[in-house]
Design a protein around this ligand. Structure first.
Ligand code: PNS
Length: 170
């Protein structure tokens, strides 16, 4: 069986991620979407919330499995016998760091990285930008699936209200 892994923060998953996931799932028998548990990086959604959203929007791909991990990606790959990491490249600006990680992961454990070019309509898309635009009231409905949009707006609304009430208490 040929397995591959798509690792990332997915905070939250966007159509850019889904583009790569859909295309990669057609190339491998099993594709694992692995959400990184990173305690040093602030996230909008918990790992469980991100996993649930990914499961919801990848239902159409029967060979996609969603999981989380903390620590070195190559250790997860070795433990689950996954020989290939799939990464999307949006632009040359992604390349330097991705190449460095690919070479390091290969040196550490012989894990191969396969780069897939993002479809052009998503080349400017990132979870960070989506969050920033949504936070200031911009329309991100073209960039994330409807269920993600609903949860994103609800979370931002909650934060805005709590910040408002904190401000009011001062
Ligand atoms: O969606 P992101 O935040 O760009 O994903 C980056 C990610 C999680 C794929 C990368 O930071 C990673 O693999 N981290 C796991 C820790 C690790 O293995 N570091 C060494 C990389 S050579």
């Amino acid at each position: 069986m040929h397995s591959a892994i798509c690792p990332g923060s997915f905070d939250p998953i966007t159509y850019g991620h889904l583009d790569i996931i859909g295309r990669a799932s057609a190339l491998y028998d099993e594709l694992v979407i692995a959400v990184l548990v990173n305690h040093t990086k602030a996230s909008l959604f918990t790992v469980e919330e991100r996993i649930e959203m990914i499961r919801e929007v990848t239902r159409e791909f029967p060979n996609v499995r969603v999981d989380s991990w903390s620590g070195l990606l190559v250790e997860y790959c070795k433990a689950h016998k996954i020989p290939v990491i799939v990464k999307g490249l949006r632009a040359v600006s992604d390349f330097d760091y991705e190449l460095q990680m690919a070479q390091m992961n290969h040196q550490l454990a012989g894990i191969e990285t396969v780069f897939m070019s993002t479809s052009p309509q998503y080349s400017f898309l990132s979870s960070s930008l989506v969050k920033e635009i949504a936070k200031y009231g911009g329309d991100v409905s073209a960039h994330v699936p409807a269920t993600v949009l609903t949860q994103l707006l609800a979370r931002l609304d909650l934060i805005a209200k709590s910040e408002g009430s904190e401000g009011g208490a001062l």
